[in-house]
Design a protein around this ligand. Structure first.
Ligand SMILES: [Fe+2]
Length: 572
């Protein structure tokens, strides 16, 4: 309780007012838009009175068996969002009745009020629907794609500025200077810092100004080129930053600062960062890509970012309708503009297919670093909606599957780590859970009746993904989507559900209905820190603590759980 009260002290008076209003107003009708609050459906039901066989019922009854199971009930909130046909973040009576034609979309409803909150049925929401307002800043940097001899700095300035980058192996003696040139406000530029030595700690800083004769200097940042076998290093992982109204910017910022304190070699964000599918117009999500530049920039000036797609990042293959303009194409192009994910080259493996509108998708990729192999997967671009195929419609696609298999076969790494937003398949379209769904569909080969359908559903594919991971001694599968911390194990593979970095009041109420053992889960917010040595991998859940002045920097992070994985010293 004391912690919650002290949280308010970190806010400006204007923000504090919003938060007070939030606690006063969070009754009945506003609550349905809060994620993970399974008690909300009952409060919404009067809107659909007398419509037990209605569109509402059919949507919640995800497997269409005529009964709403406990699982479906717990997923009802997200299912109901499918009724939000105009993607304005709320459900009108017309949408509830399914009467809203595409041509009747009220383009103005659901937008922010002038004071930042949103009007929902005449009641002002306590915060903006999306937390995309960030502090003014001159520039932000996101490092990406480190290799043996190079790293890429994606620099985005918010005014026209000349840039130089000084680089060296000593923080106080940066021997090499790179002329970046004039950066136009709002247009990110990827700057290749190359000619570096492998296995080396580097430092750098920016020099920037309106003219080259009067340059300001940034603080000193750092990065590390590829590790040699046997080297120790740290990496960090977050998932589902959302930037929706459940996000507390102070918590998210603190999580990123906490990760920075570990000096990770790199940082993973496991999707649901941009929410372009939740906007009136998907292009309205542009401010969220730019806001995430600010947040990622708090950490990733010194820790290259690797991004894995989430279901709310707009890049579902079935949404790519072949036209040059659609949500999938726009979202991929915007992500690739602002986030420097790797492209296939001598250091990184990945997707070599060229999309006619997008170019390289940069949606799945892999590399080796020290004793470890890192593989980022995309369960979205090649999955169908469902329909007759049910959960078998969810797929990596044959090309990505074959690439995964080959990538695992061709590495001699002692540790292998997989990163993706959620497993491929699941009990229903919500794709909740970890090991409880790992035996299903493309991930595990069985259907919901425990019948093995692999050979008929995936003819020509060697084995289900989980079995492939077991065969190749994968150490840990890091997945997100379920908004809590859960460490599970199946056949020697650890499934690590990664918590949110910035939820204002993370809880574990949904854990049971998502298929986790309620006794072994911990709520958000925080990040997962992984320390790799040649003998073991140590995984820690670093929870975030925000509050007033009573906490020191180190007290704003604390280890809520930890475990170790021993090296298998795999021989091919
Ligand atoms: Fe998700």
């Amino acid at each position: 309780m004391a912690k919650r009260e002290s949280t308010k002290e970190t806010y400006s008076p204007r923000e504090r007012g919003r938060r007070n209003q939030q606690s006063n107003n969070l009754q009945g009708r506003q609550r349905p838009e809060r994620p993970n609050d399974t008690g909300q459906l009952q409060r919404e039901q009067p809107e659909g009175r007398g419509r037990g066989n209605s569109r509402t019922f059919r949507i919640i009854d995800a497997n269409s068996d005529g009964t709403i199971s406990a699982q479906e009930l717990s997923n009802a909130l997200e299912s109901l969002m499918d009724l939000d046909s105009n993607k304005d973040g709320k459900i009108s009576k017309d949408e509830l009745r399914g009467e809203q034609g595409r041509g009747q979309r009220p383009r103005t409803e659901g937008r922010r009020s002038s004071s930042g909150g949103q009007i929902v049925r005449g009641i002002k929401m306590p915060t903006p629907l999306f937390r995309t307002e960030v502090p003014e800043h001159i520039y932000d940097i996101i490092l990406g794609k480190p290799t043996k001899t190079a790293v890429t700095a994606s620099v985005l300035a918010y005014q026209d500025l000349h840039f130089r980058i000084g680089v060296g192996t000593e923080p106080n003696a940066l021997g090499k200077t790179l002329n970046v040139g004039l950066l136009e406000a709002g247009i990110p530029k990827e700057v290749l810092i190359d000619g570096l030595k492998a296995g080396t700690q580097y430092f750098y800083k920016l020099q920037y100004g309106k003219s080259l004769t009067n340059l300001n200097e940034s603080e000193v940042y750092q990065f590390h080129t590829s590790r040699d076998a046997g080297d120790s290093f740290v990496f960090t992982v977050q998932a589902d930053s959302h930037l929706d109204f459940g996000t507390d910017p102070a918590v998210y910022e603190q999580t990123l600062k906490n990760a920075l304190a570990s000096k990770p070699d790199f940082h993973f964000a496991l999707g649901d960062a941009f929410f372009s599918d939740k906007r009136v117009r998907y292009q309205d999500a542009l401010d969220q890509y730019i806001a995430q530049r600010y947040y990622f920039g708090l950490l990733c000036h010194s820790a290259p970012l690797f991004f894995a797609l989430g279901n709310h990042d707009g890049e579902s293959g079935y949404r790519d309708n072949g036209r040059p303009e659609n949500i999938a194409v726009w979202s991929a192009k915007t992500r690739n503009k602002y986030i420097p994910n790797p492209t296939p080259n001598a250091f990184y493996g990945g997707n070599t297919s060229v999309h006619p509108e997008i170019g390289l998708l940069k949606n799945y990729y892999a590399w080796d670093w020290g004793d470890a192999q890192f593989i980022v997967l995309d369960p979205f671009w090649y999955s169908g909606r469902g329909g007759r195929d049910g959960m078998w419609a969810k797929s990596l696609g044959k090309k990505q599957y074959d690439w995964l298999k080959e990538t695992l076969e061709n590495s001699e790494a002692s540790y292998r780590f997989i990163f993706l937003h959620y497993l491929v398949g699941g009990l229903d379209n919500q794709t909740r859970g970890g090991v409880n769904i790992a035996n299903l569909y493309e991930w595990g080969g069985k259907n919901s009746s425990d019948e093995d359908e692999w050979a008929t559903k995936r003819p020509g594919w060697e084995k289900p993904i989980h079995q492939l991971l077991v065969q190749h001694n994968v150490s840990i599968v890091f997945h997100g989507h379920d908004h809590l911390y859960a460490k599970e194990e199946l056949d020697g593979v650890i499934y690590q559900e990664v918590p949110q970095p910035g939820h204002r009041s993370g809880n574990t109420r949904s854990a049971g209905s998502y298929g986790y053992d309620q006794r072994n889960v911990i709520g958000s917010s925080g990040h997962v820190r992984v320390a790799v040595t040649n003998s073991e991998v140590k995984v820690e859940y670093v929870k975030t603590r925000v509050g007033g002045t009573e906490f020191t920097a180190s007290q704003r992070r604390y280890v809520a759980d930890s475990y170790s994985v021993k090296s298998l010293n795999i021989k091919p």
